[in-house]
Design a protein around this ligand. Structure first.
Ligand code: SF4
Length: 210
């Protein structure tokens, strides 16, 4: 099967989702980082609903670091994994307040030491807040990359990230992150992808025979 090129994929994404961008609502580094941590395995819409209450009551890392777990759990309970998320965001806020003067570090290795912050969260934060050319890989991006044979079935998210970074140009990473997620949510979704109308199906091992 023919392999897709970066030019073909990028041009298709640009036609489908030229305005794809971050759907999380935030005003500063605090709100963005906490929102990304809370967004694991839930929707951005639900996160925005919850954070409108959370950030009103706890407007910065310092106030969040002093919150009780039970109050945070009450506020965020509609999100999945809320026990772990409540614990993580309080601990993360505590470390940033005490060790980084209340400002989120702009460094991947430092970010990765914070509770609740893995590779994806650190990359998404650095790309969105500090405009760094990096690419956070979530479940949509991983699925699309594998279907289009840019990554292989056995690749984990780090393996997929490395292959995507090698495939595309660095200057395109930030926009690609949002466009591939939009494609994965709207057209190439997990259960019922719209393969019949997909214009890149000749490169896709999943939709090729449909
Ligand atoms: S053919 Fe289907 S599975 Fe393949 S990229 Fe297109 S929408 Fe996704």
């Amino acid at each position: 099967m023919e392999k897709i090129t970066k030019e073909v994929f990028l041009s298709y994404l640009n036609r489908l989702h030229p305005d794809a961008s971050c759907a999380l609502i935030y005003k500063n580094d605090y709100e963005l980082l906490i929102s990304i941590i809370l967004s694991a395995q839930t929707t951005d819409i639900k996160v925005n609903e919850v954070t409108s209450i959370l950030f009103e009551k706890y407007p910065d890392f310092l106030s969040l670091s002093k919150a009780s777990i039970s109050d945070i759990e009450n506020i965020i309970h509609k999100l999945g994994l809320y026990h772990a998320k409540a614990k993580n965001i309080i601990s993360c806020a505590d470390k940033i307040s005490n060790e980084y003067n209340g400002k989120t570090p702009n460094n991947f290795d430092l970010l990765s030491t914070l509770s609740g912050v893995g590779r994806k969260t650190a990359n998404v934060f650095l790309s969105e807040y500090y405009n760094m050319n990096t690419l956070g890989v979530d479940t949509h991006i991983m699925r699309v990359a594998k279907r289009l044979q840019i990554a292989e079935d056995g690749d984990n998210s780090y393996g997929t990230e490395k292959k995507l970074k090698a495939f595309f140009q660095e200057t395109d990473y930030r926009k690609l992150h949002h466009m591939i997620i939009a494609f994965g949510r709207n057209e190439c979704n997990a259960r019922k992808p719209l393969c019949a109308s997909c214009e890149i199906k000749q490169y896709c091992k999943y939709g090729h025979d449909l």
